[in-house]
Design a protein around this ligand. Structure first.
Ligand SMILES: [Zn+2]
Length: 291
């Protein structure tokens, strides 16, 4: 399993917290027709779909991007000790895989300069915090956490209306705000000439992806603008947790149209290992090929 990618003078490490069959595809993609799904199973199995359970094979992971200037953690998985009553496989997790994965990169929590959350869903914010003497404290003591301003406002408001429905905002987002570690940015923010946020709205209100590297030697850390290569084949196919599936489909068409048939490496959040690849055209959609 490839966990390290070199692109010019940038190194990208994958830190995998979980990799397993997770969701029933017809529930995960609510508008997916059974016949269409079955027509595609030949290429989806066994890598993207577990033949035994019929469930989608998914990774939960972070990308650690090392540039000559900064160590940047993009998305922070599910985290430990977090109550997630509606998701048994994430509820009160006690796993050493994230910490072991981070240690394998040769870096410690204190070496992380920035934590970027592509969006504020439960499986992208978990290790933002850890439990210390009964309190949620920032896991990365020297990091600034970059949240898109409208994404943070959106979740803060929803949480205010119904805190019990959004436990990850309680334990993994608001403690970072209270600790004054947040840097609120626009979702097209440029950190410098090597790290550029790209707005990819739809899955959530103000979702961003992160382009790293220089022209011709670059990668796009997609976050959840895509969950499975069947959404490349059919860009309009929405997933169950989308804020606006129509907008998410328009985002996929736009982003894949821009990066297909280029050398840009797509680093997806949830595709099974190696999770990275390149995009080419396929009929009126797109094909994702491992790389
Ligand atoms: Zn996700």
């Amino acid at each position: 399993m490839s966990l390290q990618i070199q692109i010019g003078d940038i190194t990208i490490h994958r830190i995998v917290e979980q990799e397993a069959p997770f969701f029933d595809p017809l529930a995960f993609f609510p508008t997916l027709q059974k016949e269409v799904w079955e027509q595609n199973l030949a290429w989806l199995q066994p890598r993207y779909v577990d033949p035994a359970s019929g469930k989608l094979m998914l990774c939960i992971q972070s990308y650690l991007v090392r540039t000559p200037h900064h160590n940047i953690l993009i998305d922070s998985c599910v985290g430990n000790d977090k109550p997630r009553p509606t998701r048994p496989f994430w509820h009160m997790l006690k796993s050493d895989r994230f910490e072991q994965g981070l240690a394998a990169t040769g870096l410690a929590v204190s070496d992380i300069d920035y934590v970027m959350c592509t969006h504020l869903h439960t499986d992208h914010v978990g290790w933002n915090t850890r439990l210390e003497n009964g309190r949620w404290v920032p896991t990365f003591p020297n990091a600034r956490y970059l949240f898109a301003d409208r994404e943070l406002a959106h979740w803060t408001q929803r949480h205010k209306e119904n805190p019990d429905a959004y436990p990850w905002v309680t334990d993994s987002v608001l403690p970072i705000v209270e600790a004054k570690r947040v840097e609120m940015v626009k979702s097209d923010h440029a950190l410098n000439d090597l790290v550029q946020l790209i707005p990819t709205p739809g899955h959530t209100f103000d979702h961003y992806s992160v382009q790293v590297g220089k022209h011709g030697q670059d990668a796009l850390i997609t976050g959840d603008m895509i969950h499975s290569p069947i959404q490349a084949r059919y860009p309009e196919l929405g997933m169950m947790a989308d804020f606006d599936s129509k907008q998410a489909g328009e985002t996929r068409r736009k982003v894949f149209g821009r990066f297909c048939d280029t050398s840009t490496l797509m680093c997806t959040a949830h595709f099974p290992s190696p999770s990275t690849g390149r995009v080419t055209r396929w009929a009126d959609g797109f094909q994702f090929t491992d790389a």
